[in-house]
Design a protein around this ligand. Structure first.
Ligand code: FMN
Length: 307
């Protein structure tokens, strides 16, 4: 294992790691690198709504914007547009298995098109004064191409690589396999970050082995304490969780109207309100709150009730 402190990252999670949640994670975890949700370079060019999704506050730094697309020229333009904004880096998505993304020769499908993948990395690096990284999977249907694929991306200029230990074909099925990621690290000089099924800090440290860092995704949903040592995490009370959940909701309200924020926030509730008798009924009550005043009042009642 490297003698340096490992790089800890909050994985990009579309629909979850927006500015509101990133600010919550940052408040509780000063050093963790935060990734934006993946964002289409095409969308950035044509839509203000999409551009707004990438806005960030200085407190979020270190913050990496993740892009997806299939056009090297558009990637280059996007890098030029964002590199002086203060962001820490640009990450290129080469792992997303969603049908629409793959159909447009973006995301995971770039694992099958090494030539285009390299042209995209080169186009970004040519313009970029900040680090360009790639997040991908083990491969399309198996891991046999992982090392040559990543070596080509590094030759094209990629300065760091994150790997989710599943193939495109696996989507989210089965267990993440970290063995090919450890083997990859022995073959390349740039930092390698492992990702897939991590449950917490101790678990991440166990899985780290020869890698430079780790990235946590789903286990961070409604659980910004996931980067804390287990002993600290166990001290977090339901009251603390409710307080942070309300702060999270109010941050979301800075850029969403009440009606939309309430609906959108439902998916976060199940992460915060879990793991105690009656949690399900509590979640249902919160999810059915008629308006924000009721939601906050319900949450606060829940805190007093369970203390
Ligand atoms: C709801 C959801 C949204 C995701 N969005 C993205 C994304 O925008 N960009 C990306 O590279 N990966 C995305 N992923 C994949 C995660 O970043 C991560 O690689 C994967 O979930 C495995 O890590 P985990 O087991 O820690 O969740 C998403 C996964 C989920 C479940």
């Amino acid at each position: 294992m490297s003698s340096h402190q490992p790089i800890a990252c909050l994985a990009p999670l579309d629909g979850f790691t927006d500015m509101a949640y990133r600010r919550i994670v940052r408040k509780l975890n000063p050093g963790v690198i935060l990734f934006s949700e993946f964002t289409s370079v095409n969308g950035i060019k044509h839509s203000e709504i999409v551009r707004n999704r990438l806005k960030f506050k200085e407190e979020e730094l270190p913050y990496v914007i993740q892009l997806f697309g299939n056009d090297p020229e558009l990637f280059a333009q996007t890098v030029e547009q964002f590199q002086d904004s203060g962001i820490t880096g640009i990450d290129i998505n080469m792992g997303c298995p969603s049908k629409n993304v793959v159909r447009s020769n973006s995301g995971g499908s770039l694992m099958k098109d090494q030539e285009l993948a390299c042209r995209i990395v080169e186009a970004c690096c040519k313009k970029s004064t900040i680090p360009v990284s790639v997040k991908t999977r083990l491969g399309w249907s198996d891991d046999s191409d992982l090392i040559p694929f990543i070596k080509a991306l590094v030759n094209a200029g990629a300065q760091s690589i994150s790997i989710h230990g599943r193939t495109y074909k696996q989507k989210y099925k089965g267990e993440a396999n970290w063995e090919p990621i450890y083997r990859l690290k022995d073959e390349i000089a740039v930092p390698v970050i492992g990702n897939g099924d991590l449950k917490g800090l101790e678990h991440s440290m166990e899985m780290l082995k020869n890698l430079d860092g780790f990235m946590i995704g789903r286990a961070a949903i409604g659980n910004p304490w996931v980067f804390w040592p287990d002993a600290e995490r166990e001290k977090v009370t339901l009251n603390d969780k409710i307080e942070v959940m309300i702060q999270h909701y109010l941050l979301l309200r800075e850029f969403k109207q009440e009606k939309h924020a309430l609906v959108e926030f439902r998916k976060h509730i199940s992460g915060y309100i879990v793991g105690f008798p009656g949690a399900k009924a509590c979640r249902t009550m919160l999810m059915h709150s008629e308006n924000e005043k009721e939601f906050i009042a319900n949450a606060q009642t829940l805190a007093q009730y369970t203390e």
